[in-house]
Design a protein around this ligand. Structure first.
Ligand code: HEC
Length: 158
């Protein structure tokens, strides 16, 4: 009797599962982004924080200290690679703020990634030179490449 009840219960569970699960994938819910998207999000937010700190020095809100700035840029260089290690597409479309174009236009996304990597390398070289004018000149293109990639590949933050 107990066995029978259990069997009935599990058949019920199976039926219910198939009856309740949607036939098409649920639309992307930004609160239910994929694991990869959450990793990207954290990594991109770190870049946002880095840019703010570096920008404070470039804009003269914080005094320029050659060694501190070099160290901060070195951290930024390391952080700048992290989001791109988590670019897997979610099978259910839970890709957070990443537009479908990240994958449908992979070559375009790659080009933006390279532009960004080059801008970051140039900022690093400028930081190593210890010349604030060079740093200022190299900082703009970094911010520009964040923006340029976002225009094509990121859904605006809600
Ligand atoms: C090559 C493309 C590309 C570059 C370069 C890029 N981003 Fe993004 N960024 C994205 C994509 C795609 C997302 C959406 C990720 C997701 O939600 O899965 C994103 C998301 C973000 C987010 C939102 C995170 C969240 O979930 O709220 C921030 C903040 C951000 N990026 C900052 C930056 C900063 C700062 C830079 C430059 C230093 C930068 N990004 C450079 C493509 C890029």
């Amino acid at each position: 009797m107990k066995k029978h009840l259990l069997a009935t219960a599990s058949v019920c569970a199976l039926l219910c599962m198939s009856a309740c699960s949607p036939s098409s994938p649920a639309p992307a819910d930004p609160n239910q982004r994929s694991e990869a998207s959450r990793e990207r999000s954290v990594a991109f937010k770190t870049l946002g924080g880095d840019m703010k700190e570096l920008g404070d020095v470039v804009q003269g809100n914080v005094a320029y200290d050659v060694e501190k700035f070099k160290a901060k840029v070195a951290e930024f260089v390391a952080h700048s690679e992290v989001p791109f290690q988590h670019m897997e597409q979610d099978a259910n479309g839970a890709n957070g703020l990443a537009k479908a174009e990240v994958w449908s236009n992979a070559a375009g996304f790659q080009a933006e990634t390279e532009k960004f990597t080059q801008a970051v390398a140039a900022l690093n070289a400028a930081a190593e030179s210890g010349n604030l004018e060079q740093i200022k000149a190299a900082f703009g293109p970094v911010g520009g490449s964040c923006k340029s990639c976002h225009e094509g590949f990121k859904i605006p933050n809600p």
